[in-house]
Ligand binder design. Structure first.
Ligand code: RIB
Length: 332
């Protein structure tokens, strides 16, 4: 990789002149500017962004730790982060903790060295890693939690009211006449799962029946096991509807019911959570509780950049969005 000195030598100018061509080209005489640009092209010189950022004293990069990039929910959130970051000419470095606390800890250690402008994270455990996040904050690196509602004093957070989301799903299924409803989700150590379940349970009435199907993870594959478990029950024991903790699980249930020749919604109504694009595109369009995904990402990024750029004028905020019901064929 060529250096700025090699460019200066080839163009017959000083390193300062090359730096001016890169940062303030209007200050350099056209023929000199042209000669330097020729040398840059000939040598294939690429400026070192990190070094430039460090010389300028502050990073122009934010780090994002997503919980599970295999889940389109997080891709949609990241799209919102990118939209807000681009408006401020900020680069976004995306990492995937893949729901692994040890990997998350390693990433946070890296941020202590790399010193990004700020960090957005969905913690693997909603109150986990407080010590490491605190160390980042103590080093002047603000942290915003997204898809996390942990009450804490040293940072902003952005989330959705998941209890309300569970209530919306439960009310919708009851309105459709369902009185034996399954909840499929897990692990229950995940706040989002717990709160969605609690919202559903809160709207059930005397005589209703709730069957909980705990899962090790929220994926299409675990959704398939839910479909198999429900289909394997004797008809009199089978719930008539299932509320899945996210759309990936709902897609898996739909797939399994279809493979077993059971009808959705006639034999089993299905509702998911997030309203990712695949919900509407499913073979039987899936009802879902919509999370404002891109908005979540945008607001999280805006709060982070506000704290990073105007720390003295910034007040921490815990922003909670409201979800809404999207009713489609799978429950109608
Ligand atoms: O990460 C698991 C789930 O929690 C996602 O599907 C999304 O609903 C998030 O809130």
């Amino acid at each position: 990789m060529s250096s700025i000195k090699a460019v200066a030598r080839l163009a017959g100018v000083s390193v300062g002149t090359v730096s001016n061509v890169l940062n303030r080209p209007e200050m350099v005489a056209p023929d000199t500017r042209h000669r330097v640009q020729e040398a840059i092209a000939q040598l294939g010189y690429v400026r070192n962004g990190s070094a430039r950022q460090l010389r300028a004293g502050r990073s122009r990069t934010i780090g994002v730790v997503a919980l599970d990039l295999a889940n389109p929910f997080f891709i949609d959130v990241l799209r919102g982060v990118e939209t807000a970051a681009q408006r401020s000419d900020i680069t976004v470095m995306v990492f995937n903790s893949n729901k692994d606390a040890a990997r998350e800890a390693g990433l946070l250690e890296t941020f202590e060295e790399q010193r990004p402008l700020g960090v957005l994270i969905t913690p693997v455990n909603d109150t986990g890693e407080e010590e490491r996040l605190r160390r980042l904050i103590d080093r002047g690196i603000p942290v915003v939690r997204f898809d996390s509602s942990a009450r804490h004093s040293h940072g902003c957070s952005v989330a959705v009211d998941d209890v309300l989301g569970g209530r919306l799903a439960g009310r919708h299924l009851r309105e459709r006449g369902h009185r034996h409803i399954a909840f499929a989700g897990g692990p229950f150590t995940v706040r989002q799962v717990r709160e969605r379940h609690d919202g559903l349970a809160a709207v059930l009435e005397a005589g209703d029946r709730l069957t909980v199907i705990p899962l090790p993870d929220l994926t299409v594959a675990t959704g398939r096991t839910v479909g198999a478990e429900i289909a394997g029950l004797p008809p009199g024991e089978r719930p008539t509807a299932v509320f899945c903790a996210n759309d990936l699980v709902a897609i898996g249930v739909l797939q399994e019911m279809t493979l077993r020749g059971l009808r959705v919604p006639a034999d089993l109504a299905i509702i998911g959570y997030d309203d990712i694009d695949f919900a509407a595109a499913a073979a039987v369009p899936l009802s879902s509780i919509r999370q404002p995904r891109e908005q979540l990402g945008q607001v999280a990024a805006v709060l982070l950049l506000e704290e990073a750029n105007q720390p003295d004028d910034h007040e921490h905020r815990q922003v909670i969005f409201q979800p809404d019901l999207v009713a489609r064929t799978s429950t109608l």
